[in-house]
Design a protein around this ligand. Structure first.
Ligand code: DON
Length: 581
């Protein structure tokens, strides 16, 4: 099929309902871009139509998402790229994670009594130094083919001319703009010093509220003139504009006026880094992921290595025995994440050991027929209890270049604060540091030393952009949002394809599970799980809970029979689309 676009669609304005198989996976002869939003996927496809490669497509898609998917698409956040470069036959990874501003310190979000202050979540002070524009710039400068301006301009046009709002985006924006708590308090802002919505920031209202201040509805147009002007400057002057030009000045001024720490010096000093990929294998396939400060590559490799020692396929895809072993692999992978992984510039991460088959065998031998209590893994005290959004895109071109790119503002709409005059949201990524030194508790709060805040340090991430290769050729491009669920979502996509040999559509649709060491709870996605499986898992000692959806893995699978690229937009967040030729 030529020039096709596959939209995913679902029920209930796409909010929670996860309805499998509403759109088929679609295969393309030449190239494909798969992302959360159709205009963004088309921007990627168009870049490849114009002679660009998968890297150009990923850059164009990512800039477009910053306009059309404001909850997570961004220029004010950061993320990671794992790419295959056909010409040199190498896997390259780009780390464009945010960094703590130079004036940061470990207890900056705590009051005198050691309690967390609200500004770790919202407002300028929650933001790390953004990395997205540098990261996309570095990837493009080293591996892109089309002129930079050609990749950024479509996003600027989407911002200037506007684009049609879907029901999902209308719902998401209305949720941010019309605060229930305000309505209950008769319109008074009762959030005080605890802002947590776009409506708490006049500059964010200016950017995202409908001009007549009514609710957004499907079919409306969102126009973002300040963002258009910022993107135009970046298009013309290059990535340096964001870090050293007018945008940098606007951002640093905004930060200063609103209690943030990001300075012009922080911006000028920010660098994206090329890093060694994490390489592991699973039943003869090569798995490539992102290294520290992303934990996803290590955690995924370790979980796969552990699971390779079992015969999951014989035990059955969603049998209690398989789920038990997968959960125990997750528990151990996430203990590793909590104790070993952090910014490699500050901490020595023993990567080789953590992803070795030998260590995995050792860990697998500690898995018994019962759930291991999570406390048992730790050599330190776990404190008893007291108390969305990211996006992934995948691109692949006709020459076999492929890009898995995950980036984020951390929570949906990040810090909720739009940089006045520049039109983009700042991240609230500082919350990914361990904010309370020494406090690791049963709710999942982690206080281990490696990921404490320090000046200029990158915060730990769960992002897991992933490539699977066989005999030197890309077979799968995947990744997901979902905070700590991310490595586990990717684990399920990979297991479904490689271990259980499901079709691409089934592999992405398949109900997922999550365990993150703490909280010591196993969550099952959706309502399709047989009661008997739940009961068997409980009998093994697992605390089983349900969640509506887990992750959003926009995936490409290459058909080994004919090399066609199968675009598999995940339906869970509904507006996703594959676009290709
Ligand atoms: O980098 C991380 O691990 C988190 N900031 C990701 C947050 C996230 O995925 C939220 N989305 N759904």
């Amino acid at each position: 099929m030529r020039g096709a676009v596959t939209l995913s669609c679902g029920l209930l304005g796409g909010f929670l309902a996860f309805s499998p198989a509403f759109s088929p996976a679609q295969s393309f002869e030449k190239h494909v871009a798969v992302s959360q939003e159709v205009n963004a996927s088309m921007a990627g496809r168009d870049a490849m139509r114009q002679g660009g490669n998968a890297i150009d497509a990923a850059v164009a898609t990512a800039f477009a998402l910053a306009v059309t998917h404001p909850a997570a698409g961004n220029i004010g956040g950061g993320g990671f790229i794992v790419a295959y470069i056909t010409e040199s036959r190498e896997i390259v990874t780009v780390d464009f994670r945010e960094k703590a501003p130079a004036a940061s310190e470990p207890r900056m979000y705590l009051d005198a009594k050691g309690r967390l202050l609200p500004h770790h979540r919202a407002g300028a002070r929650a933001a790390g130094v953004p990395g997205t524009v540098r990261g996309l710039g570095l990837a493009h400068a080293k591996y892109g083919r089309l002129p930079w301006k050609q990749l950024v301009t479509p996003a600027a046009e989407l911002a200037r001319d506007g684009f049609t709002i879907t029901e999902t985006l209308a719902h998401s924006l209305n949720d941010q703009l019309f605060s229930k708590r305000k309505l209950e308090a008769g319109g008074r802002d009762d959030l005080g010093s605890n802002p947590d919505r776009l409506s708490d920031f006049p500059e964010s209202m200016a950017a995202y509220a409908k001009p007549d201040h009514t609710r957004w509805k499907a079919g409306d147009r969102l126009i973002q003139p300040d963002l258009a002007a910022t993107l135009d400057r970046i298009a013309v002057e290059g990535p340096d504009e964001f870090y050293k030009g007018k945008t940098a000045k606007i951002l640093a001024d905004y930060s200063k006026q609103h209690g943030g720490l990001i300075t012009l010096d922080d911006l000028a000093a920010y660098q994206a880094e090329l890093r060694a990929p994490i390489h592991s294998t699973y039943r003869g396939y090569d798995i490539y992921g992102m290294g520290p400060v992303a934990s996803g590559g290590i955690v995924l490799a370790q979980m796969l290595n552990i699971l390779e020692t079992f015969d999951l396929k014989s035990d059955g895809h969603q049998s209690a025995r398989t789920l038990h072993r997968v959960t125990e692999a997750m528990r151990r992978g996430f203990y590793t994440r909590a104790t070993e992984v952090a910014d490699p510039a500050y901490v020595t991460v023993p990567v080789e050991k953590l992803i070795s088959k030998e260590y995995a065998r050792e860990l697998a031998s500690t898995i018994s027929d019962r759930a291991t209590p999570s406390e048992q893994l730790a050599s330190f005290r776990i404190v008893p209890a007291e108390g969305n959004d990211t996006t992934h895109l995948s691109t692949m071109d006709g020459s076999g270049n492929a890009v898995a790119l995950t980036y984020t503002l951390e929570e949906g709409y990040g810090s909720k604060a739009v940089v006045a005059g520049a039109g983009f949201l700042l991240n609230n990524e500082m919350g990914d540091f361990n904010l309370i030194p020494g406090r690791t508790d049963v709710t999942g709060r982690i206080g281990t030393t490696p990921n404490l805040i320090a000046p200029n340090k990158r915060m730990l991430s769960s992002q897991t952009p992933t490539l699977v290769l066989k005999e030197g050729k890309v077979r799968v491009v995947t990744g997901s949002p979902g905070g700590r669920t991310i490595p586990n979502t990717v684990l399920w996509v990979v297991l479904n394809l490689l271990e259980f040999e499901l079709s691409p559509r089934e592999a992405v649709d398949g109900a997922r599970t999550h365990h993150a060491w703490f909280p010591d709870v196993l969550t099952l996605e959706g309502s399709s799980w047989p009661e008997q499986v739940r009961q068997e898992l409980s009998a093994l000692g697992h605390r089983v809970r349900s969640v509506a959806i887990q992750g959003d893995a926009h995936t490409i699978v290459v058909d080994p029979a004919n090399g066609r690229r199968i675009g598999v937009p995940d339906h869970r967040r509904v507006t996703s689309a594959a676009a290709g030729d």
